[in-house]
Design a protein around this ligand. Structure first.
Ligand SMILES: Nc1ncnc2c1ncn2[C@@H]1O[C@H](COP(=O)(O)OP(=O)(O)OP(=O)(O)O)[C@@H](O)[C@H]1O
Length: 256
């Protein structure tokens, strides 16, 4: 079976820039599998996500979905892809519209992607999603400012799951949160990914998060993947000097 989502030999240069910020990046995540993409600030992680989301076009290489090249040229294929791949962003303060009630935010993908035209059915679906992420049903009628950072990230996760995607791209999903709630959100993502056989591509500069959530990981340094493999293998015996330095910088790793 081909990987659900793959990047093959991806190269990217920002318009007008002098250098490529991605150089021959290969990545893949299988159905129901989890991949952590780790690297320091500026390594190219967000750029990879924006290419995977189709927000920018690669300068070279390609993106494959179920083994076929990603084609976003037609509205129908763009819509299908948005159903397949959803995202949770780093900052739940800016990712939720402050003027929109939480229920409407969560229901938005159901409406805009044409998944559920019936408003009543959307409301019922929102109630299920809120329960799934551990929030009370009356959260739907409130505005984001009534919630803490951790609760807002639960709302963002519910919204990402509304379209029943097959892949969740999570961009530093806990790094903007208080340390005390990070673990709760990680456990939530873990449970939801397992229950829904969701593929997870997690971008993080934090090896502890990747160690907790991802069975495989890739390490990116200056736009190049320097090491890929089973997370436990890499954490116990990193072969690349850059990975060794990243690991040495973490005081205590759960599985190392
Ligand atoms: N719009 C842009 N135009 C030109 N260069 C950019 C642009 N956005 C990012 N870059 C450059 O591309 C490189 C990769 O940046 P990117 O944001 O993908 O890294 P990152 O690993 O996600 O870092 P961070 O964790 O800080 O978000 C960096 O050198 C950055 O300066």
């Amino acid at each position: 079976m081909p990987p659900l989502l793959a990047a093959e030999n991806l190269t990217f240069r920002y318009p007008g820039a002098e250098r490529d910020v991605l150089r021959g990046v290969d990545l893949s995540v299988g159905p129901g599998a989890s991949l952590g993409l780790v690297g320091e600030s500026g390594a190219g992680k967000s750029t990879i996500l924006s290419l995977l989301l189709g927000l920018q076009r690669p300068t070279g290489g390609r993106i494959l979905v179920d083994g076929a090249p990603l084609d976003l040229s037609r509205p129908a294929s763009r819509l299908a892809y948005r159903r397949t791949v959803q995202t949770v962003f780093q900052d739940p303060y800016s990712s939720l519209d402050p003027r929109m009630r939480v229920g409407r935010s969560i229901a938005e993908p159901l409406r805009s992607l044409g998944i559920e035209p019936d408003a009543r059915a959307r409301e019922a679906r929102v109630a299920e999603l809120l329960a799934d992420v551990g929030l009370p049903a009356d959260a739907a009628t409130r505005y984001p400012n009534a919630f803490s950072g951790g609760q807002r990230q639960r709302i963002a996760i519910a919204r990402a799951l509304a379209a029943e995607p097959r892949v969740l791209l999570a961009d530093e999903p806990v790094s903007a949160l208080d340390t005390s709630v990070r673990l709760q959100i990680i456990e939530l993502l873990q449970r939801l990914a397992r229950e829904r056989s969701l593929s997870l591509l997690l971008v993080s500069h934090d090896l502890t998060i990747v160690a907790a959530l991802c069975e495989r990981m890739s390490v990116i340094e200056s736009g190049r993947i320097v090491e890929s493999g089973q997370t436990t293998d890499i954490l116990t015996a990193p072969s690349d000097p850059y990975t060794q330095r990243l690991i040495a910088a973490v005081p205590r790793l759960p599985s190392a």
